[in-house]
Design a protein around this ligand. Structure first.
Ligand code: 8OZ
Length: 371
């Protein structure tokens, strides 16, 4: 029987166990450049089977929050190289999450104060975090109204995903990349009918709405190989004002299209991100979702996330529900999470007040066992 503590080869990714560090936004990279403190944070978590970095902007247009790191300048890539070297020195495996926020942004984060972009000019009615250019003080702000992307603009955005993937692997030293296809950001905005009301071949039918996601994945696979790529999806989350009327057939169609691309893994947020695992008026059959992928020939590892406890994770892997289980808040608070699970040790509690922005407090000062 396979357990949570068995190794796993997922494409080119070698995991020493099946506990993954979920991507968690921490807003501690001023000017979008990863720091030595960021390297220490990820180094501390290298004993987990896989680290997925915080969402990392593929371009300035893809930025939606202050102090989020990027992958679009030489300085940013050099910053990430410190991170991957530190993780690899401990035998860890680390991928970066490629992120374009689409409409979840603010004019103050965009070049020349431009409007954020989206499939359609429909506001997210969400919140973001910005910095006052005069005082440098941080503050929450309502996301700005987006403009609809012209069809002619899409190839450049797709190319920027591919370029970021190439640089992530070949310059910054990552083992692979995860596409952020979840939580109401650009890829999810194209997928779902609440945010995509386009009348061209990227909108309308489910077949058209998956087109952008599939083209991005294909471009990234061409850049770094499917064996170094995964995608994160959240079929029913309400995050950032996103909504889909018929998630089950839409997401099964998407995975049927992605199956031949031989991704290393599929990463699924079950339920509302960071919240309830089931949503009353949004039923979703995750077993059927996975079966649709397998029946289409998809062989990638199946990663699950959202509210898992140790007991649930042990059961998920033992029963075959999942190959990998990702943990967010518990991995923030417990750098040695996989080892604590293995020993059945108590967990540190997380401090919500230090999740976003700030210093080493609540970042690199959570103790490991034996510290
Ligand atoms: C929390 C705060 C800001 C961004 C996501 C990248 O939900 C995020 C995020 C989470 O995927």
């Amino acid at each position: 029987m396979t357990t949570l503590f068995d190794p796993l080869q997922a494409g080119e990714l070698h995991l020493t166990n099946r506990v993954a560090v979920a991507p968690c936004t921490r807003n501690r990279s001023p000017g979008a450049v990863p720091t030595a403190m960021n390297a220490e944070y990820y180094r501390q978590r290298a004993g987990n089977g896989l680290i997925i970095t915080e969402g990392t902007a593929i371009s300035q247009q893809g930025q939606g929050y202050a102090h989020v790191p990027g992958l679009y300048s030489a300085e940013q890539l050099a910053g990430w190289r410190q991170v991957t070297d530190a993780v690899h020195a401990r035998g860890g495996c680390i991928v970066t999450q490629l992120w374009h926020v689409g409409r979840v942004s603010h004019v103050s984060l965009q070049a020349d104060g431009a409007d954020p972009v989206a499939p359609s000019a429909i506001p997210a009615h969400s919140r973001t975090y910005i910095v006052d250019p005069q005082t440098g003080a941080g503050q929450f702000a309502t996301t700005s109204a987006p403009r609809a992307l012209q069809r002619e603009e899409l190839p450049a955005i797709i190319a920027s995903f591919a370029q970021a993937a190439r640089d992530a692997v070949h310059v910054a030293g990552f083992d692979g990349v995860e596409l952020h296809g979840a939580n109401g950001y650009l890829i999810d905005q194209f997928l779902k009918d609440g945010s995509n009301q386009r009348s061209d071949d990227y909108g309308g039918s489910p077949h058209n709405r998956i087109r952008f996601a599939v083209e991005v994945v294909r471009a990234v696979v061409d850049a770094v190989g499917g064996a170094r790529a995964g995608i994160r999806l959240s079929p029913v989350t309400p995050a950032n004002g996103i909504h889909e009327s018929h998630p089950q057939p839409l997401f099964e169609l998407l995975l049927q299209a992605l199956a031949p691309l031989n991704l290393a893994y599929i990463h699924v947020i079950e339920g509302a991100t960071g919240g309830p695992r089931t949503i009353e008026d949004q039923p979703f059959d995750y077993a059927a979702f996975k079966a649709a992928y397998r029946n289409a020939g998809g062989r990638g590892a199946w990663m699950v996330n959202n509210g898992y406890t140790r007991a649930m994770a042990l059961e998920a892997v033992a029963s075959g529900h999942a190959d990998i289980v990702a943990f967010g808040k518990d991995a923030i608070a417990n750098p040695d999470l996989a080892e604590r699970f293995r020993r059945g040790a108590a967990l540190n509690a997380w401090d919500k007040a230090t999740f976003y922005g700030g210093s080493a407090k609540g970042y690199t000062d959570y103790p490991a066992l034996g510290d």
